[in-house]
Ligand binder design. Structure first.
Ligand code: PBG
Length: 310
């Protein structure tokens, strides 16, 4: 009766990795229990999500290495893995599930950075925004419901919003990765999208310093002013103070990403008998809700939904 927070499967967004080929399920070593799926098998995952009451999927491609180049050209291909996966999900599930698509160039660049780089390797903000805008339009045309820029360039939300309006995609939402930190928790994700072996240096010139929280509020304020429908904080558990600060300051839906390294930590604890999976999963997800999240992106989404649905 006195419980303040409720967690249900409707609070979960399930990230899925897409790979080339047919009939392919590739387990990801650093993310035990998570696989890359070929486009033909993604539809079955989407149907599973619908059956579990998960309202939204988040898609990430492992682009074929011969299709990666320094400027991420493949991001603009209307038949890239992402677009094919969106269409397959739409064919299988109609409008019964939401599709959120990642906007950033790291799964498409031969250097693993989220944007275009200069000779010194520095990521170029404005030139990158142009490509991200094309990438967003490409995903919207394929049927994405929510565009989720995870690149952390400045000014991209306003430019992408205007482009979506101009191209007749007024109903496509933007969930901005507004407060995304240059974190050590992204390692397994980079394995999953195949960028870890390519990445030189780090992403500290565009992702945030973990020491900062006021900057997070400035980033969120800019993205809301530019037209974001919802904002995200990432990583999750180590940054719940940021979630709460954003929620207290702004009247928008706030999401958080329980990222790959957080998932891997839970699985590693389970593997050595240091904790039990089910209560760890449910406690951590409840903590996100308590901190003020409208929903959580988590690789444990399907498992958690099964637990929550009894
Ligand atoms: C890249 C992107 C990253 C994640 C989501 N989008 C990694 C990065 O910024 O290097 C990380 C997600 C995770 O670790 O689960 N644009």
């Amino acid at each position: 009766m006195h419980r303040e927070t409720v967690l249900t499967s409707a609070d979960l967004i399930w990230p899925l990795f897409v790979t080339d080929g047919a009939g392919v399920e590739e387990p990801i070593g650093s993310l035990p229990g998570v696989s890359r799926w070929s486009v033909d098998l993604i539809a079955a995952r989407a149907k599973e999500a619908v059956a579990l009451g998960i309202p939204c999927l988040a898609l990430f491609p492992n682009t074929q290495s011969d299709r990666r180049d320094p400027i991420g050209t493949e991001a603009l291909n209307p038949d890239n893995l992402m677009c094919r996966a969106i269409r397959a999900i739409r064919d299988a599930c109609g409008d019964s599930i939401g599709v959120l698509t990642d906007v950033a160039l790291d799964p498409y660049t031969s250097h693993g950075q989220d944007g275009l780089i200069d000779d010194a390797g520095y990521v170029l903000n404005d030139a990158t925004v142009e490509v991200l805008t094309g990438q967003s339009l490409n995903q919207a045309a394929a049927g994405a419901d929510i565009i989720a820029p995870s690149d952390m360039m400045d000014g991209r939300i306003g430019v992408i919003r205007a482009a979506l309006e101009g191209a007749g995609h007024a109903n496509v939402q933007i969930m901005s990765y507004a407060a995304k930190y240059a974190s050590a928790f992204y390692g397994p994700f980079r394995d999953a999208v195949g960028s870890s072996g390519l990445l030189k240096g780090d992403k500290k010139t565009y992702q945030m310093d973990p020491a900062n929280s006021e900057e997070a509020l400035r980033e969120v304020a800019m993205d809301i002013a530019e037209g974001a429908d919802s904002v995200m904080v990432k990583p999750g558990l180590p940054y719940l103070d940021i979630v709460r600060a954003v929620k207290d300051r702004f009247e928008v839906p706030v999401f958080a990403y329980q990222v790959s390294g957080e998932y891997a930590m839970i699985e590693a604890a389970v593997a050595v008998g240091a904790g039990e999976r089910d209560p760890l999963v449910l406690e951590t997800l409840m903590a996100f809700k308590r901190a003020g999240c409208s929903g959580v992106l988590t690789y444990h989404a399907a498992h958690a939904a099964r637990l929550l649905n009894g």
